[in-house]
Design a protein around this ligand. Structure first.
Ligand code: AMP
Length: 115
């Protein structure tokens, strides 16, 4: 697995605007936010993309979802946020270290799945 910029952020080799950290993940403000709240939840254990996750990763994946809810609450956006995972370059993934986007603070068109 490539040494991605998120691995470097977790290792403290490049700086990031951290909003949360626990034993299994960190959350940082996205450097190029698409909404007033745009946070990335990143597992410390690298998985290239969601489709590469294995049954052994089940607890970690659950942990990331719970963390996302808690971070949204901490940021005061737990009533309305969107959680996005881009899987693969064709879906817009640019950093190949699994991460969840928490997007909030802008209006979401009713019934619209993405964007
Ligand atoms: P994705 O396109 O799903 O792989 O998302 C990667 C995200 O990482 C994009 O929204 C980028 O703006 C964001 N990003 C890239 N480099 C950094 C960085 N150094 N700190 C914070 N966010 C970053």
């Amino acid at each position: 697995m490539a040494d991605t910029k998120f691995a470097k952020i977790i290792a403290g080799e490049i700086p990031a605007d951290k909003v949360y950290e626990d034993e299994h993940c960190i959350a940082i403000n996205d450097i190029n936010p698409q909404a007033p709240v745009h946070v990335l939840v990143i597992p410390k254990q690298p998985i290239e993309k969601l489709a590469d996750a294995r049954p052994d990763d089940q607890a970690l994946l659950g942990h990331l979802m719970l963390a996302a809810g808690n971070i949204a609450r901490q940021l005061g956006v737990d009533d309305a946020f969107r959680l996005i995972v881009n899987n693969g370059a064709g879906a817009g993934q640019t950093v190949f270290h699994l991460h969840l986007h928490i997007i909030a603070g802008r209006s979401f068109a009713e019934g619209k799945m993405v964007g």
